[in-house]
Design a protein around this ligand. Structure first.
Ligand SMILES: NC(=O)C1=CN([C@@H]2O[C@H](COP(=O)(O)OP(=O)(O)OC[C@H]3O[C@@H](n4cnc5c(N)ncnc54)[C@H](O)[C@@H]3O)[C@@H](O)[C@H]2O)C=CC1
Ligand SMILES: NCCCC(=O)O
Length: 524
């Protein structure tokens, strides 16, 4: 197993050398247990730097979820470091905001090309950081290439309107960038979040200061290197590091025009409050407890596969997961049997191994939290159909955090496990009898990020898609994120949308210009 990990790293390193000099993060992986990523994780004015002002922040170690080994030690940004990054972004804004869309597009296409040449290398770093399986990390990075190319296309589509006002007069609108965008990410998709937040902002002419989660700092700095290699002017994309306090400094900085945030509802509330103080734009991608409704007329194998995608990617730590699965009673038992069979066939193990289907939970703390949900479900009378155990799949992974994927039955809608976001590999399966009943139960949540339906009855599918109170609804699939489709939440799952053409709305403001063609007609 260890051999597989080293082999994957070497392959990745070869790949990286094609385009970039990333020696610093071509981790001394072979020396496991030592600090593998020794370069600074802060990115300022086009290069990695150690923060100059080390007064306020401490150092924090980054532990590999798969093994518990220390990957690196990161210096927390101080208030002064945050300020320096914002100043850098503000100064870069002057020329980036006026660059032609075609020029911005070319740089983003080049960024995508460099990323494509380095998919495996980036994915390996992401696996170190997150514990997700390598195949999944590669898939994520491939998706990011697509997002960057999509945003490159958008850069040339930013346009206002011409409005005829009669008598020769007219007005027009300009779509102008906002300024410095402060971006704050969570730990489950660190690279993807850096891309989903920075590429749309940058394609619209904004500049960015990005703060990743303190649990996953590594690939965001790599993103900075890719952008610079592609020709992005210095200062357009900067990275600061640290905990919530650093995010708070960023959100409250007077020169930050908008904050785009992904994380939990409690933190999102604080970020929104900080933005309210400064009358700033805010985009919030928050948690979820999404329903997946499976009717008896569905294609059963697809419904089971969809339920797997809805629950067990990234060890179940996905905000849009369909963790409440409602199955029409006539097929309930058969569905549960098939789901359990498929879940038991998953291979939990070293995320660097090609055949691993589920890797490590992000941290011991998160694993404890997930286990507490499973314990509470048991205490409240739910049945564990399979999984839900903390295990060490291999002695080499003894310091890692692993939970076997868990299917719960005999859950009722009021149990804690059915109401709160778990953010782990735990799915609740409920029977239902009627369409109206299931819609009511599906919508009975404070969240509204996503939802899904499996049925062959297309009329019903669209009826349900319209009735689900969620920002994304999947019909006969789940957890796919095309760059073209907006993504974001209803209710407490958030405000605003990422992806799609709405990116332009999210990262520009509208100026109206009135043009008088005649004399001024003033009654005073
Ligand atoms: N809707 C979506 O797209 C997604 C939502 N999430 C949600 O994120 C949560 C898990 O991620 P976590 O990193 O644990 O969330 P979190 O809310 O604890 O932290 C998110 C980020 O906010 C920063 N932060 C903490 N306090 C802050 C403050 N006062 N001001 C500014 N920034 C602050 C953190 O350092 C981190 O970078 C889950 O609830 C999950 O549902 C996760 C992924 C995607
Ligand atoms: N990976 C797509 C968005 C979902 C999430 O970040 O949790």
């Amino acid at each position: 197993m260890l051999g597989g990990r080293v082999c994957a790293f070497l392959k990745a390193a070869r790949c990286a050398r094609l385009a970039l000099g990333w020696n610093q993060w071509q981790a001394r992986y072979i020396c496991r247990g030592t600090s593998a990523f020794t370069s600074p994780m802060h990115y300022l004015d086009g290069e990695r730097i150690e923060p100059t002002n080390t007064d306020a922040g401490g150092h924090f170690p980054i532990l590999e979820p798969a093994t518990g080994h220390k990957l690196c030690i990161v210096q927390e940004s101080s208030v002064q470091d945050v300020h320096t990054a914002v100043v850098s972004a503000k100064s870069a804004f002057a020329s980036w905001s006026t660059a032609p869309g075609a020029e911005r597009a070319q740089i983003l296409y080049k960024t995508a090309q460099i990323m494509r040449e380095n998919i495996e290398a980036i994915a390996v770093a992401e696996v170190h950081d997150t514990g997700k399986p390598l195949w999944e990390a590669k898939f994520d990075v491939e998706g990011c290439v697509d997002t960057i190319e999509y945003c490159a296309g958008l850069a040339r589509m930013i346009a206002g309107q011409h409005i005829d006002l009669g008598r020769g007069n007219f007005g027009y609108t300009r779509r102008e960038p906002l300024g410095v965008v402060g971006a704050i990410g969570a730990w489950n998709y660190p690279f993807q979040m850096a891309v989903w937040k920075s590429a749309p902002a940058i394609c619209c002419g904004n500049t960015v200061v990005y703060k990743p989660s303190p649990l996953t700092p590594i690939t965001t700095a790599i993103m900075g290197e890719v952008y610079t290699e592609a020709g992005l002017p210095n200062g357009v994309f900067n990275v600061i590091q640290g905990s919530g306090a650093v995010g708070q400094y960023l959100a409250t900085h007077p020169d930050v025009a908008k904050v785009t945030f992904t994380g939990s509802v409690p933190t999102g509330t604080k970020v929104m409050a900080a933005c309210a103080q400064g009358i700033k734009y805010v985009l919030l991608e928050l948690g979820g407890k999404s329903p997946l409704v499976i009717f008896a007329d569905c294609q059963l194998d697809n419904a089971v596969k969809g339920t797997m995608l809805a629950n067990f990617l990234t060890q179940g730590q996905v905000c849009s997961n369909g963790t409440r699965v409602y199955v029409e009673r006539p097929i309930y038992e058969t569905f549960v049997d098939k789901l359990v069979e498929r879940v038991r066939a998953m291979k939990l193990g070293d995320p660097m191994s090609e055949d691993t289907t589920m890797g490590a939970i992000i941290s011991g703390e998160q694993a404890d939290r997930i286990m507490s949900f499973i314990e509470s479900a048991k205490e409240e009378g739910a049945t564990i159909a399979t999984g839900g155990e903390r295990v060490i799949p291999d002695p080499a992974l003894a310091g890692g955090h692993y939970i076997t994927p868990c299917v719960l039955t005999d859950v009722n809608d009021d149990m804690r496990v059915a109401r709160e976001e778990i953010f782990g590999p735990v799915v609740c399966v409920f029977p239902f009898d009627t369409e109206s009943e299931v819609i009511e139960r599906a919508n009975d949540t404070e969240y509204g990020l996503a939802g899904g339906v499996f049925t062959r009855d297309l009329t019903r599918a669209h009826r349900i898609a319209a009735k689900l109170q969620a920002g994304s609804v999947y019909i006969n699939n789940y957890n796919v994120y095309p760059s073209e489709l907006p993504f974001g939440g209803y209710k407490k799952s958030g405000i605003g949308r990422e992806n799609g053409i709405l990116n332009i709305d999210a990262f520009t403001q509208v100026k109206s210009v009135y043009m008088e063609m005649g004399d001024v007609d003033s009654p005073i």
